[in-house]
Ligand binder design. Sequence first.
Ligand code: ADP
Ligand code: MG
Length: 432
Amino acid sequence: MDHSVITVENLSKRYIIGHQRAPTDGVRHVIEAAVRSPFRWLRSRNQEKKAQREEFWALNDVSFDVKRGEVVGLIGGNGAGKSTILKILSRITEPTKGRIQLEGRSASLLEVGTGFHPELTGRENIFLNGAILGMSKEEIKRKFDEIVAFSEIEKFLDTPVKRYSSGMYVRLAFAVAAHLDPDILIVDEVLAVGDVTFQKKCLGKMQEAQARSRTVLFVSHNLSAVEAFCTRGIVLSKGRVVFDGPTKPAIQHYLDSLRGTRPPSYGDVIDLCAFGSRPDRYPPQLRTLRLYDETGRPLGGNLSAGAGMKATIHVELEQPAANVNAEISFLTLDGDRVCTASSAYEKCRDESRLSGSVVFRCEIPSLPLVAGDYKLNVGLYIGQTEADLVEDAARVAVSWSDYYGTGVAPMHGVFLLNNRWAVATAADMVLA
Ligand SMILES: Nc1ncnc2c1ncn2[C@@H]1O[C@H](COP(=O)(O)OP(=O)(O)O)[C@@H](O)[C@H]1O
Ligand SMILES: [Mg+2]
Protein backbone atom coordinates (compact mmCIF):
# COMPACT_ATOMS: atom_id res chain seq x y z
CA MET A 1 0.00 0.00 0.00
CA ASP A 2 2.95 2.27 0.71
CA HIS A 3 4.42 1.81 -2.69
CA SER A 4 4.70 4.81 -5.02
CA VAL A 5 3.15 4.18 -8.41
CA ILE A 6 3.55 7.72 -9.71
CA THR A 7 6.70 9.68 -9.11
CA VAL A 8 7.05 13.26 -10.29
CA GLU A 9 10.40 14.88 -9.67
CA ASN A 10 11.26 18.53 -10.27
CA LEU A 11 9.02 18.69 -13.26
CA SER A 12 9.10 21.85 -15.36
CA LYS A 13 7.50 22.59 -18.67
CA ARG A 14 8.32 25.53 -20.87
CA TYR A 15 6.18 26.63 -23.76
CA ILE A 16 7.34 29.05 -26.38
CA ILE A 17 4.42 31.29 -27.04
CA GLY A 18 4.07 32.46 -30.61
CA HIS A 19 2.19 35.72 -30.76
CA GLN A 20 -0.34 35.22 -33.45
CA ARG A 21 -1.24 37.90 -35.89
CA ALA A 22 -4.83 38.91 -36.04
CA PRO A 23 -6.73 36.73 -38.51
CA THR A 24 -7.19 39.67 -40.87
CA ASP A 25 -3.41 39.89 -41.24
CA GLY A 26 -3.48 37.13 -43.78
CA VAL A 27 -1.15 36.38 -46.63
CA ARG A 28 -2.55 39.19 -48.73
CA HIS A 29 -1.83 41.73 -46.02
CA VAL A 30 1.78 40.53 -45.74
CA ILE A 31 2.34 40.70 -49.48
CA GLU A 32 0.79 44.14 -49.69
CA ALA A 33 2.97 45.45 -46.87
CA ALA A 34 6.10 43.96 -48.41
CA VAL A 35 5.37 45.44 -51.81
CA ARG A 36 4.37 48.82 -50.51
CA SER A 37 7.40 49.36 -48.34
CA PRO A 38 9.94 46.51 -48.56
CA PHE A 39 12.54 47.88 -46.16
CA ARG A 40 10.15 48.82 -43.45
CA TRP A 41 8.50 45.45 -43.89
CA LEU A 42 11.81 43.61 -43.40
CA ARG A 43 12.67 45.62 -40.32
CA SER A 44 9.29 45.09 -38.74
CA ARG A 45 9.48 41.41 -39.54
CA ASN A 46 12.73 41.02 -37.63
CA GLN A 47 11.30 42.82 -34.64
CA GLU A 48 8.26 40.68 -34.83
CA LYS A 49 10.30 37.51 -34.83
CA LYS A 50 11.99 38.50 -31.59
CA ALA A 51 8.74 39.44 -29.94
CA GLN A 52 7.14 36.24 -31.15
CA ARG A 53 9.46 34.00 -29.16
CA GLU A 54 8.36 34.43 -25.62
CA GLU A 55 9.04 31.77 -23.01
CA PHE A 56 6.43 30.68 -20.61
CA TRP A 57 6.80 28.16 -17.80
CA ALA A 58 3.54 26.27 -17.46
CA LEU A 59 5.09 24.07 -14.74
CA ASN A 60 7.84 25.09 -12.42
CA ASP A 61 9.64 22.49 -10.32
CA VAL A 62 6.70 20.30 -9.45
CA SER A 63 7.33 17.24 -7.30
CA PHE A 64 4.99 14.73 -5.69
CA ASP A 65 4.45 11.04 -5.55
CA VAL A 66 1.32 9.01 -5.41
CA LYS A 67 0.92 5.71 -3.61
CA ARG A 68 -1.05 2.76 -4.81
CA GLY A 69 -4.76 3.20 -4.09
CA GLU A 70 -4.65 6.94 -3.62
CA VAL A 71 -7.22 9.11 -5.39
CA VAL A 72 -5.63 12.48 -5.93
CA GLY A 73 -7.44 15.62 -7.06
CA LEU A 74 -5.40 18.26 -8.84
CA ILE A 75 -6.95 21.60 -7.94
CA GLY A 76 -6.23 25.03 -9.36
CA GLY A 77 -7.60 27.83 -11.47
CA ASN A 78 -7.53 28.02 -15.25
CA GLY A 79 -4.00 27.88 -16.53
CA ALA A 80 -2.56 26.57 -13.26
CA GLY A 81 -0.91 23.67 -15.09
CA LYS A 82 -3.22 20.74 -14.23
CA SER A 83 -3.70 19.53 -17.78
CA THR A 84 -0.02 19.94 -18.53
CA ILE A 85 0.86 17.57 -15.68
CA LEU A 86 -1.70 15.02 -16.88
CA LYS A 87 -0.43 15.29 -20.46
CA ILE A 88 3.15 14.71 -19.36
CA LEU A 89 2.07 11.72 -17.26
CA SER A 90 0.18 10.37 -20.26
CA ARG A 91 3.29 10.92 -22.40
CA ILE A 92 1.46 13.17 -24.81
CA THR A 93 4.01 15.86 -24.21
CA GLU A 94 7.57 15.89 -22.89
CA PRO A 95 8.76 17.72 -19.80
CA THR A 96 11.39 20.41 -20.29
CA LYS A 97 13.08 19.45 -17.03
CA GLY A 98 12.62 16.81 -14.39
CA ARG A 99 11.34 13.28 -14.65
CA ILE A 100 8.32 11.10 -14.13
CA GLN A 101 7.89 7.44 -13.44
CA LEU A 102 4.71 5.39 -13.63
CA GLU A 103 4.32 1.81 -12.55
CA GLY A 104 1.79 -0.46 -14.15
CA ARG A 105 -0.73 0.10 -16.86
CA SER A 106 -2.15 3.59 -17.10
CA ALA A 107 -5.12 4.91 -19.02
CA SER A 108 -5.81 8.56 -19.60
CA LEU A 109 -8.91 10.45 -20.36
CA LEU A 110 -7.77 13.90 -21.36
CA GLU A 111 -9.47 16.77 -23.11
CA VAL A 112 -11.67 15.80 -26.00
CA GLY A 113 -9.50 15.26 -29.03
CA THR A 114 -6.74 13.16 -27.54
CA GLY A 115 -6.59 9.39 -27.49
CA PHE A 116 -9.05 8.51 -30.23
CA HIS A 117 -8.43 8.30 -33.92
CA PRO A 118 -11.05 10.52 -35.59
CA GLU A 119 -11.34 8.50 -38.81
CA LEU A 120 -11.92 5.20 -37.05
CA THR A 121 -15.30 4.08 -35.79
CA GLY A 122 -16.22 3.78 -32.15
CA ARG A 123 -15.81 0.00 -32.38
CA GLU A 124 -12.35 0.28 -33.96
CA ASN A 125 -11.25 2.85 -31.41
CA ILE A 126 -12.20 0.56 -28.55
CA PHE A 127 -9.87 -2.10 -29.95
CA LEU A 128 -7.15 0.41 -30.75
CA ASN A 129 -7.22 1.87 -27.24
CA GLY A 130 -7.21 -1.56 -25.66
CA ALA A 131 -4.20 -2.52 -27.76
CA ILE A 132 -2.40 0.67 -26.77
CA LEU A 133 -3.05 -0.25 -23.16
CA GLY A 134 -1.38 -3.58 -23.81
CA MET A 135 -4.47 -5.78 -23.74
CA SER A 136 -5.00 -8.84 -25.85
CA LYS A 137 -7.79 -8.96 -28.40
CA GLU A 138 -9.51 -11.62 -26.29
CA GLU A 139 -9.38 -9.43 -23.23
CA ILE A 140 -10.92 -6.52 -25.10
CA LYS A 141 -13.63 -8.73 -26.63
CA ARG A 142 -14.61 -9.91 -23.17
CA LYS A 143 -15.10 -6.33 -21.97
CA PHE A 144 -16.50 -4.98 -25.21
CA ASP A 145 -20.20 -5.27 -24.38
CA GLU A 146 -19.75 -3.72 -20.99
CA ILE A 147 -17.90 -0.77 -22.52
CA VAL A 148 -20.60 -0.24 -25.12
CA ALA A 149 -23.38 -0.48 -22.56
CA PHE A 150 -21.68 2.02 -20.28
CA SER A 151 -21.02 4.52 -23.04
CA GLU A 152 -24.63 4.43 -24.36
CA ILE A 153 -23.43 4.89 -27.94
CA GLU A 154 -24.52 1.51 -29.25
CA LYS A 155 -26.27 2.99 -32.27
CA PHE A 156 -23.14 4.85 -33.34
CA LEU A 157 -20.61 2.07 -32.85
CA ASP A 158 -19.85 1.92 -36.54
CA THR A 159 -19.73 5.67 -37.10
CA PRO A 160 -16.33 7.39 -37.28
CA VAL A 161 -15.79 9.18 -33.99
CA LYS A 162 -15.16 12.47 -35.78
CA ARG A 163 -18.95 12.59 -36.27
CA TYR A 164 -19.60 12.20 -32.53
CA SER A 165 -20.78 15.05 -30.39
CA SER A 166 -18.38 15.96 -27.59
CA GLY A 167 -20.73 14.28 -25.12
CA MET A 168 -20.73 10.99 -27.04
CA TYR A 169 -17.01 11.18 -27.45
CA VAL A 170 -16.36 11.63 -23.79
CA ARG A 171 -18.79 8.86 -22.88
CA LEU A 172 -16.99 6.40 -25.07
CA ALA A 173 -13.54 7.58 -24.00
CA PHE A 174 -14.46 7.27 -20.35
CA ALA A 175 -16.03 3.85 -20.83
CA VAL A 176 -12.88 2.55 -22.50
CA ALA A 177 -10.49 4.09 -20.01
CA ALA A 178 -12.44 2.83 -17.01
CA HIS A 179 -13.26 -0.68 -18.24
CA LEU A 180 -9.81 -1.61 -19.35
CA ASP A 181 -9.03 -1.69 -15.66
CA PRO A 182 -5.77 0.24 -15.64
CA ASP A 183 -3.57 0.41 -12.54
CA ILE A 184 -3.53 4.16 -12.91
CA LEU A 185 -6.50 6.13 -14.21
CA ILE A 186 -5.88 9.72 -15.26
CA VAL A 187 -8.98 11.84 -15.82
CA ASP A 188 -9.08 15.48 -16.90
CA GLU A 189 -12.32 17.50 -16.67
CA VAL A 190 -14.62 14.92 -18.21
CA LEU A 191 -17.33 15.76 -15.78
CA ALA A 192 -17.62 19.13 -17.46
CA VAL A 193 -19.06 17.56 -20.60
CA GLY A 194 -21.48 14.78 -19.74
CA ASP A 195 -24.90 15.24 -18.21
CA VAL A 196 -25.55 14.73 -14.52
CA THR A 197 -26.51 11.06 -14.84
CA PHE A 198 -23.37 10.30 -16.75
CA GLN A 199 -21.24 12.22 -14.29
CA LYS A 200 -22.63 10.04 -11.51
CA LYS A 201 -21.80 6.94 -13.50
CA CYS A 202 -18.24 8.17 -13.99
CA LEU A 203 -17.78 8.89 -10.32
CA GLY A 204 -19.17 5.44 -9.51
CA LYS A 205 -16.70 3.86 -11.90
CA MET A 206 -13.81 5.77 -10.38
CA GLN A 207 -14.92 4.72 -6.91
CA GLU A 208 -14.92 1.12 -8.09
CA ALA A 209 -11.39 1.56 -9.36
CA GLN A 210 -10.39 2.91 -5.99
CA ALA A 211 -12.03 0.00 -4.20
CA ARG A 212 -9.80 -2.27 -6.25
CA SER A 213 -6.79 -0.29 -5.04
CA ARG A 214 -6.31 1.39 -8.36
CA THR A 215 -4.72 4.80 -8.38
CA VAL A 216 -6.68 7.74 -9.76
CA LEU A 217 -5.49 11.21 -10.69
CA PHE A 218 -8.45 13.46 -11.23
CA VAL A 219 -9.07 17.04 -12.36
CA SER A 220 -12.48 18.64 -12.11
CA HIS A 221 -13.95 22.07 -11.64
CA ASN A 222 -16.62 20.35 -9.63
CA LEU A 223 -15.12 20.77 -6.19
CA SER A 224 -17.84 18.81 -4.44
CA ALA A 225 -16.99 15.81 -6.61
CA VAL A 226 -13.33 16.28 -5.74
CA GLU A 227 -14.19 16.47 -2.07
CA ALA A 228 -16.47 13.45 -2.11
CA PHE A 229 -14.13 11.33 -4.07
CA CYS A 230 -10.46 12.20 -3.58
CA THR A 231 -8.32 11.11 -0.66
CA ARG A 232 -5.81 13.84 -1.26
CA GLY A 233 -5.62 17.22 -2.97
CA ILE A 234 -2.70 18.89 -4.67
CA VAL A 235 -3.26 22.58 -5.27
CA LEU A 236 -1.44 24.20 -8.16
CA SER A 237 -1.00 27.87 -8.79
CA LYS A 238 0.96 29.29 -11.73
CA GLY A 239 2.69 25.99 -12.33
CA ARG A 240 3.76 25.37 -8.75
CA VAL A 241 2.47 23.13 -6.01
CA VAL A 242 1.15 25.42 -3.28
CA PHE A 243 -0.56 22.79 -1.14
CA ASP A 244 -0.45 19.03 -0.91
CA GLY A 245 -2.52 17.25 1.72
CA PRO A 246 -5.98 15.98 2.70
CA THR A 247 -8.74 16.97 0.29
CA LYS A 248 -10.81 19.27 2.47
CA PRO A 249 -7.97 21.56 3.53
CA ALA A 250 -6.70 21.51 -0.05
CA ILE A 251 -10.02 22.80 -1.36
CA GLN A 252 -10.13 25.37 1.42
CA HIS A 253 -6.64 26.50 0.51
CA TYR A 254 -7.70 26.95 -3.09
CA LEU A 255 -10.87 28.86 -2.19
CA ASP A 256 -8.96 31.11 0.22
CA SER A 257 -6.40 31.88 -2.43
CA LEU A 258 -9.18 32.87 -4.83
CA ARG A 259 -10.67 35.21 -2.25
CA GLY A 260 -7.28 36.70 -1.61
CA THR A 261 -6.24 37.30 -5.16
CA ARG A 262 -9.47 38.38 -6.76
CA PRO A 263 -9.77 42.12 -6.46
CA PRO A 264 -13.29 43.40 -6.02
CA SER A 265 -14.65 44.02 -9.45
CA TYR A 266 -15.96 47.43 -10.40
CA GLY A 267 -16.06 46.22 -14.00
CA ASP A 268 -18.89 45.97 -16.48
CA VAL A 269 -18.60 42.37 -17.60
CA ILE A 270 -18.07 39.95 -14.77
CA ASP A 271 -17.23 36.32 -15.38
CA LEU A 272 -19.16 34.49 -12.66
CA CYS A 273 -17.70 31.05 -13.40
CA ALA A 274 -14.53 31.10 -11.37
CA PHE A 275 -15.61 32.78 -8.14
CA GLY A 276 -14.27 31.28 -4.94
CA SER A 277 -17.20 32.71 -3.04
CA ARG A 278 -19.52 30.22 -4.75
CA PRO A 279 -20.55 27.47 -2.32
CA ASP A 280 -18.65 24.46 -3.61
CA ARG A 281 -21.73 22.26 -3.81
CA TYR A 282 -23.05 24.45 -6.63
CA PRO A 283 -22.15 23.83 -10.24
CA PRO A 284 -21.52 27.22 -11.85
CA GLN A 285 -24.79 27.88 -13.66
CA LEU A 286 -24.47 31.64 -13.27
CA ARG A 287 -22.04 32.58 -16.02
CA THR A 288 -21.81 36.29 -16.75
CA LEU A 289 -23.09 39.47 -15.16
CA ARG A 290 -23.16 42.67 -17.20
CA LEU A 291 -23.89 46.07 -15.73
CA TYR A 292 -25.16 49.12 -17.62
CA ASP A 293 -26.34 52.58 -16.77
CA GLU A 294 -29.97 53.55 -17.43
CA THR A 295 -29.20 54.45 -21.04
CA GLY A 296 -27.62 51.07 -21.71
CA ARG A 297 -23.99 52.15 -21.67
CA PRO A 298 -21.49 50.11 -19.60
CA LEU A 299 -21.75 51.23 -16.02
CA GLY A 300 -18.06 51.70 -15.33
CA GLY A 301 -18.52 50.72 -11.68
CA ASN A 302 -20.05 54.08 -10.89
CA LEU A 303 -23.55 55.32 -10.37
CA SER A 304 -24.89 58.58 -9.04
CA ALA A 305 -27.23 58.25 -6.11
CA GLY A 306 -30.78 57.72 -7.28
CA ALA A 307 -29.86 56.99 -10.90
CA GLY A 308 -31.16 53.89 -12.61
CA MET A 309 -29.20 50.91 -13.83
CA LYS A 310 -29.63 47.79 -15.92
CA ALA A 311 -28.08 44.38 -15.73
CA THR A 312 -28.09 41.11 -17.61
CA ILE A 313 -27.32 37.74 -16.10
CA HIS A 314 -26.35 34.95 -18.42
CA VAL A 315 -27.23 31.53 -17.02
CA GLU A 316 -26.43 28.07 -18.37
CA LEU A 317 -28.96 25.66 -16.93
CA GLU A 318 -27.57 22.22 -16.17
CA GLN A 319 -30.93 20.68 -16.89
CA PRO A 320 -34.29 21.97 -18.01
CA ALA A 321 -36.25 23.53 -15.17
CA ALA A 322 -39.43 25.48 -14.57
CA ASN A 323 -39.85 28.53 -12.38
CA VAL A 324 -36.27 29.75 -12.70
CA ASN A 325 -35.44 33.13 -11.20
CA ALA A 326 -32.37 35.29 -10.99
CA GLU A 327 -31.66 37.96 -8.42
CA ILE A 328 -29.18 40.68 -7.65
CA SER A 329 -28.87 41.90 -4.13
CA PHE A 330 -27.05 44.97 -2.89
CA LEU A 331 -25.05 44.85 0.33
CA THR A 332 -22.95 47.27 2.30
CA LEU A 333 -19.24 46.48 2.49
CA ASP A 334 -19.96 45.16 6.01
CA GLY A 335 -22.18 42.57 4.41
CA ASP A 336 -25.57 43.89 5.45
CA ARG A 337 -28.15 43.39 2.76
CA VAL A 338 -29.74 46.62 1.65
CA CYS A 339 -32.17 45.53 -1.04
CA THR A 340 -32.83 42.85 -3.60
CA ALA A 341 -33.95 42.85 -7.21
CA SER A 342 -35.42 39.55 -8.31
CA SER A 343 -37.21 38.28 -11.38
CA ALA A 344 -39.48 36.49 -8.91
CA TYR A 345 -41.00 39.86 -7.97
CA GLU A 346 -42.16 40.44 -11.53
CA LYS A 347 -45.96 40.48 -11.93
CA CYS A 348 -46.17 38.64 -15.23
CA ARG A 349 -43.17 36.47 -14.73
CA ASP A 350 -42.34 33.57 -16.92
CA GLU A 351 -42.67 30.28 -15.08
CA SER A 352 -42.31 28.14 -18.17
CA ARG A 353 -39.72 25.46 -18.57
CA LEU A 354 -36.32 26.79 -19.58
CA SER A 355 -33.21 24.98 -20.71
CA GLY A 356 -29.66 25.70 -21.79
CA SER A 357 -28.62 29.34 -22.19
CA VAL A 358 -30.92 31.86 -20.58
CA VAL A 359 -30.42 35.59 -20.22
CA PHE A 360 -32.20 37.52 -17.48
CA ARG A 361 -32.52 41.26 -18.03
CA CYS A 362 -33.06 43.49 -15.07
CA GLU A 363 -33.97 47.13 -14.97
CA ILE A 364 -33.80 49.20 -11.81
CA PRO A 365 -35.36 52.62 -12.55
CA SER A 366 -33.73 54.21 -9.53
CA LEU A 367 -31.22 53.03 -6.97
CA PRO A 368 -31.64 55.50 -4.14
CA LEU A 369 -28.57 54.63 -2.10
CA VAL A 370 -26.44 56.91 0.03
CA ALA A 371 -23.01 57.56 -1.54
CA GLY A 372 -20.59 54.73 -0.86
CA ASP A 373 -19.45 51.36 -2.16
CA TYR A 374 -21.81 48.41 -2.37
CA LYS A 375 -21.34 44.71 -3.05
CA LEU A 376 -23.58 42.82 -5.43
CA ASN A 377 -24.53 39.20 -4.84
CA VAL A 378 -25.99 37.26 -7.75
CA GLY A 379 -28.28 34.32 -7.13
CA LEU A 380 -30.16 31.74 -9.14
CA TYR A 381 -33.30 30.04 -7.88
CA ILE A 382 -35.10 27.02 -9.22
CA GLY A 383 -38.51 26.91 -7.57
CA GLN A 384 -37.88 27.92 -3.97
CA THR A 385 -34.40 26.44 -3.94
CA GLU A 386 -31.18 28.35 -4.29
CA ALA A 387 -29.35 26.74 -7.20
CA ASP A 388 -26.32 29.00 -7.51
CA LEU A 389 -24.90 31.97 -5.67
CA VAL A 390 -21.95 34.25 -6.24
CA GLU A 391 -21.26 36.59 -3.38
CA ASP A 392 -19.48 39.89 -3.92
CA ALA A 393 -19.64 39.29 -7.66
CA ALA A 394 -19.29 42.97 -8.42
CA ARG A 395 -19.09 46.30 -6.73
CA VAL A 396 -20.69 49.57 -7.51
CA ALA A 397 -19.52 52.91 -6.20
CA VAL A 398 -22.51 55.18 -5.67
CA SER A 399 -21.52 58.82 -5.82
CA TRP A 400 -23.24 61.70 -4.16
CA SER A 401 -25.87 63.42 -6.23
CA ASP A 402 -28.39 66.15 -5.69
CA TYR A 403 -31.09 63.55 -5.18
CA TYR A 404 -33.63 65.93 -3.66
CA GLY A 405 -32.81 68.83 -5.97
CA THR A 406 -32.06 70.93 -2.92
CA GLY A 407 -28.29 70.74 -2.79
CA VAL A 408 -28.38 68.62 0.36
CA ALA A 409 -28.61 64.87 0.73
CA PRO A 410 -27.47 62.53 3.50
CA MET A 411 -23.94 61.17 3.70
CA HIS A 412 -24.88 58.60 6.34
CA GLY A 413 -27.16 55.62 6.48
CA VAL A 414 -27.83 53.43 3.51
CA PHE A 415 -30.78 54.53 1.47
CA LEU A 416 -32.31 57.75 0.36
CA LEU A 417 -35.79 58.05 1.71
CA ASN A 418 -38.47 59.97 -0.08
CA ASN A 419 -39.91 62.24 2.56
CA ARG A 420 -42.11 65.32 3.04
CA TRP A 421 -42.01 67.75 5.91
CA ALA A 422 -44.03 70.62 7.18
CA VAL A 423 -42.94 72.79 10.04
CA ALA A 424 -45.19 74.51 12.49
CA THR A 425 -44.44 76.82 15.38
CA ALA A 426 -46.20 76.56 18.73
CA ALA A 427 -48.31 79.51 17.69
CA ASP A 428 -49.43 77.70 14.53
CA MET A 429 -50.44 74.68 16.63
CA VAL A 430 -52.58 76.74 18.91
CA LEU A 431 -54.34 78.12 15.86
CA ALA A 432 -54.82 74.64 14.43
N1 ADP B 1 0.68 24.04 -26.25
C1 ADP B 1 0.79 25.12 -25.51
N2 ADP B 1 1.50 26.19 -25.93
C2 ADP B 1 1.62 27.29 -25.17
N3 ADP B 1 1.09 27.43 -23.95
C3 ADP B 1 0.37 26.41 -23.46
C4 ADP B 1 0.18 25.20 -24.22
N4 ADP B 1 -0.58 24.35 -23.47
C5 ADP B 1 -0.85 25.01 -22.33
N5 ADP B 1 -0.29 26.22 -22.32
C6 ADP B 1 -0.34 27.21 -21.23
O1 ADP B 1 0.15 26.62 -20.06
C7 ADP B 1 -0.59 27.04 -18.93
C8 ADP B 1 -1.11 25.82 -18.20
O2 ADP B 1 -2.11 25.23 -19.00
P1 ADP B 1 -2.94 23.97 -18.52
O3 ADP B 1 -2.00 22.93 -18.01
O4 ADP B 1 -3.82 23.59 -19.63
O5 ADP B 1 -3.77 24.58 -17.31
P2 ADP B 1 -5.05 24.02 -16.55
O6 ADP B 1 -5.37 22.66 -17.09
O7 ADP B 1 -4.67 24.03 -15.10
O8 ADP B 1 -6.14 25.02 -16.82
C9 ADP B 1 -1.68 27.95 -19.44
O9 ADP B 1 -1.28 29.28 -19.25
C10 ADP B 1 -1.76 27.61 -20.90
O10 ADP B 1 -2.17 28.75 -21.65
MG1 MG C 1 -7.01 21.94 -18.07
